[in-house]
Ligand binder design. Structure first.
Ligand SMILES: *[C@@H]1O[C@H](CO)[C@@H](O)[C@H](O)[C@H]1NC(C)=O
Length: 295
């Protein structure tokens, strides 16, 4: 059900917009990371929280110096975050003379739909996956006024049309954005189009109208080692013996050995619940062999 990957990317993108981060930084980073995960991973769901990863790397940034620092700044676009949330959260002082550190960063979100789905309207549906296999899934249903739009991917296949729907949570500040390609068009044809700008265009172009919404009730859980993805995004030195983490520790041998990111999302009739934590493991051959960082 690759479609869920896109759903979650967009959900978390909207979550990020609800914070004090500049939208475009998160959106750009999300899309880059999504494309990298798609390129490096197997087929299947892609679930991650760009916000959690951004915060985690922001903490690494504070511990880094020299070219290690340059690489992180360049990939994450932190220059634009300087006056944002990150500055309020952590300061270089927090890392002074660190030899062993466990840093935890968790992002958690629970929201109720502004207009909830009635459980009695949920029915079991057959759902065709990209590999053409069928699964039975509980499909929620409601009719109402939602922001909706149809867009063209420029291809001739089935007119190249795909649908975008925004479902708001209570309070109207956060919404889930869903993208659905036509049944005969695999999601893979849409994915290459994904750009931060396009997400913005969707948000600006959808119009309020009466829509019949069918949405699967689902839970996705995923654990990814972000090492390869971060390397692909240009963050490489921090994973080598040349890592310059002198602002984090006096131990010059320290480097990042793993960057684990765990995320979870549940979407049901009432709304959704999502959580993410990122962890990084620092390796230092001298004093403490492993320095665990759980972001
Ligand atoms: C780390 O970077 C700083 C600032 O650029 C530099 O002075 C220092 O020599 C570097 N240290 C190591 C161990 O690479």
């Amino acid at each position: 059900m690759a479609v869920l990957g896109l759903i979650s990317l967009l959900l978390l993108q909207s979550l990020a917009v609800g914070t004090t981060f500049p939208d475009e930084t998160i959106a750009e980073f999300s899309v880059n990371m999504y494309n990298n995960l798609r390129a490096t991973g197997e087929d299947g769901n892609i679930l991650f929280s760009p916000l959690s990863v951004t915060l985690a790397m922001g903490m690494m940034e504070l511990g880094s110096r020299g070219t290690t620092l340059k690489e992180i700044r360049h990939s994450m676009g932190y220059d634009r975050l300087k006056n944002g949330l990150l500055k309020d959260l952590v300061s270089p002082r927090d890392f002074a003379a660190v030899t062993h550190l466990a840093l935890i960063n968790a992002v958690y979100f629970k929201g109720n739909w502004k207009s909830q789905f009635r459980p009695e309207n949920t029915r079991t549906f057959s759902f065709t996956k990209d590999d053409e296999s069928e699964v039975q899934i509980p499909m929620m249903y409601q009719q109402g006024e939602f922001y909706y739009g149809e867009f063209s991917d420029g291809s001739n296949e089935a007119g190249g049309i795909y649908q975008v729907l925004e479902i708001p949570y209570e309070g109207d500040e956060i919404s889930m954005m869903l993208v659905l390609s036509r049944q005969e068009v695999p999601l893979a044809t849409l994915e290459p189009l994904l750009k931060a700008q396009l997400i913005e265009e969707w948000a600006n172009s959808v119009k309020k109208q009466k829509v019949e919404v069918y949405l699967p009730r689902f839970t996705v859980e995923q654990e990814i080692d972000l090492k390869d993805v971060l390397k692909a995004l240009g963050i490489t030195e921090v994973f080598t013996k040349n890592a310059n983490l002198t602002a984090l520790s006096d131990n010059k041998e320290i480097f990042l050995s793993k960057a684990i990111h765990k995320s979870f999302i549940e979407v049901n009739e009432e709304g959704s619940e999502a959580a993410a934590t990122s962890g990084a493991q620092l390796f230092s051959p001298i004093a403490s062999p492993f320095l665990d960082l759980y972001f």
